[in-house]
Design a protein around this ligand. Structure first.
Ligand code: KE4
Length: 435
């Protein structure tokens, strides 16, 4: 194993102090590097495709603050727009024109959305959309898929992906059994299992929620016909189909997975990219359904900072940049070169790997595959992933610190970044014992 010892003195000092102040020393569990070992890198600044830690080490970044930095970190045009808005105040707690502007951009982009409500995170969007599913149908049960993650609201912490999978948690203590009793689960890509749940719970299922491309078990794509099958099944049972596009929205295409795959759900959740690095989530869908949301209708949901002008500004400018010609072609070509290159290098080094990309979202598992669901993903060699992650870090490549997370590129990544990353992978993957 090639190790070029990184000087991480300051990171270690700061993280050690952080652990006395905050649980696990982090504001979100997956950042703690628990599943890949070693200390997390403490960031000092970010720009474009690069991040610098507090010890001055520079890395090419493929996490992109978990998706929002699709235009590259600290984009000059986004920052300029933010500085201008700042002069007029960061939050009003009252209607502002920028909400109309971002709402119109979202409605014009996402096929399922005729009306939208802004919130402050993907978790809030998913929590609210679940309440809306139940309010609209009058039914309580929902179907989610093993390995999908829809934020940390109680009812979703059942066989969830992302940090829950990363930490190998048996769901979570503190979640009442009565809450999750109404959450039914099925393996991803298993239409028969969904049909069975509908048959066993006639007239009781409010709807099905899923990641249309899973980023929270690693990178898992829908089988041909899976999304179409769910669309038919939910219609057949008067249930709602909900795409959680917090990660895929504006990431795998400007109109998200629903545009890419041509399947229109009833409701959609968004986050990450639409905030451009500031806290924004959203849920939206048919007017008939969204009209139930207070104060238009009886379903209550609220938020002090929802739709604040500063966050709206970052979202508006980010989507404006993404509308420019060639955006998604560039992301696709560059990310495919990266992913194909990583897979080829790994296989030539004797490792069993599988993976792929859609636009600027990608993943690689240390298992022969195929990986069609969470059970398959769990066959990956986590110990090998940890050595790969650490090796790449020492080569100046910052990857998501979990086999159960997707990776992200940005419009700021260059061909040289990809070349440098593949060169690093060649060193690291040839230094790790093959299968
Ligand atoms: P947030 O509450 O973290 O903004 O969004 C929750 C969420 C909902 N739905 C999907 C598909 C998501 O991917 C997420 C959040 N994703 C994780 C990373 N996989 C956020 C990173 C973290 O938890 O620190």
């Amino acid at each position: 194993m090639v190790t070029t010892a990184l000087n991480t003195t300051k990171s270690e000092e700061i993280f050690s102090a952080a652990q006395k102040l905050m649980p696990g020393g982090v504001s979100s569990p997956v950042r703690a590097f628990k599943s890949v070992g070693g200390q997390p890198i403490v960031f000092d600044r970010v720009k474009g495709s690069r991040v610098w830690d507090v010890d001055g080490n520079e890395y090419i970044d493929y996490v992109g603050t978990w998706g929002p930095a699709i235009c590259g970190h600290a984009n000059d045009e986004v920052n300029a727009a933010l500085r201008e808005t700042l002069e007029k105040g960061t939050s009003f707690g009252a209607p502002c024109l920028k909400e109309n502007i971002l709402a119109e951009m979202v409605i014009n982009a996402v096929p399922s959305i005729e009306m939208v409500r802004f919130v402050n995170s993907g978790t809030e969007a998913c929590m609210s959309v679940l309440r809306l599913m139940r309010a609209f149908t009058g039914r309580e049960k929902i179907i989610k898929f093993e390995g999908c993650y829809h934020g940390h609201a109680d009812m979703f912490l059942v066989q969830a992906g992302s940090g829950v999978a990363t930490l190998g948690l048996p769901d979570s203590p503190g979640v009442p059994k009565t809450t999750t009793a109404a959450t039914l689960t099925a393996p991803y890509n298993d239409l028969e299992a969904v049909k069975k749940l509908f048959a066993e719970n006639p007239g009781e299922i409010a709807g099905v929620i899923l990641e249309p491309v899973v980023g929270n078990s690693g990178f898992v794509v829908p089988d041909a016909g899976f999304l179409e099958g769910l669309r038919e099944l939910t219609q057949e049972h008067d249930a709602l189909l909900v795409f959680d596009e917090v990660m895929t929205g504006f990431r795998i295409s400007y109109g998200g997975a629903q545009e890419k795959f041509g399947v229109t759900p009833d409701l959609t959740t968004l986050g990450k990219v639409i905030g451009g690095g500031l806290p924004v989530g959203a849920y939206g869908g048919r007017k008939e359904i969204m009209s139930m949301v207070a104060p238009a209708g009886p379903m209550y949901q609220a938020g002090t900072l929802s739709g604040n002008p500063l966050a709206m500004t970052a979202g508006i400018k980010t989507l404006e940049l993404l509308q420019r010609p060639g955006t998604y072609e560039k992301l696709e070509v560059m990310t495919k070169r990266l992913t194909d290159g990583l897979l080829e290098i790994a296989r030539n080094a004797g490792h069993q790997v599988t993976g792929g990309n859609i636009s600027g979202m990608f993943g690689m598992f240390f298992t022969e595959g195929p990986v069609r669901n969470y059970e398959d993903a769990k066959k990956a060699d986590l110990s090998k992933f940890s050595r790969y992650h650490r090796g790449m870090l020492e080569q100046g490549i910052y990857l998501a610190p979990s086999q159960f997370e997707a990776g992200f590129t940005s419009l700021a990544h260059t061909d040289e970044d990809i070349d440098q990353t593949l060169a690093a992978a060649k060193i690291v993957l040839n230094s790790i014992a093959a299968d």
